[in-house]
Design a protein around this ligand. Sequence first.
Ligand SMILES: [Cu+2]
Length: 114
Amino acid sequence: MPHRTAPLAALLAACLTATASRAGTEITVVAEQFSFKPATVEAEAGAPITITFENKGALSHNLTFPGLDAKTKTIQSGDTVTVTLAPKEPGTYPFVCTVSGHKQAGMKGKLVVE
Ligand SMILES: [Cu+2]
């Protein structure tokens, strides 16, 4: 019965759309010597935020969000790692590299969730 097929297809399309929007924000942050690029990143509230962290510096670095209890492991030059965040509320969440002296040298930035 063709007239039953169309509503089912519409329902399926609606489900797929909802799934796509729940996938959240994907961001790439690059570590250099000694900075994060970009130093300010933005994301939507209410959905997971997946951050791909690439180390293009010469030393080992990490990406740590003190206010979100989230961090990557410390990775070597040339490595990439991902971290998923789920901030419950909109706000500004600082991030730093916690390797000794790196934050003081300029490895800090902020995530703005709106
Ligand atoms: Cu560092």
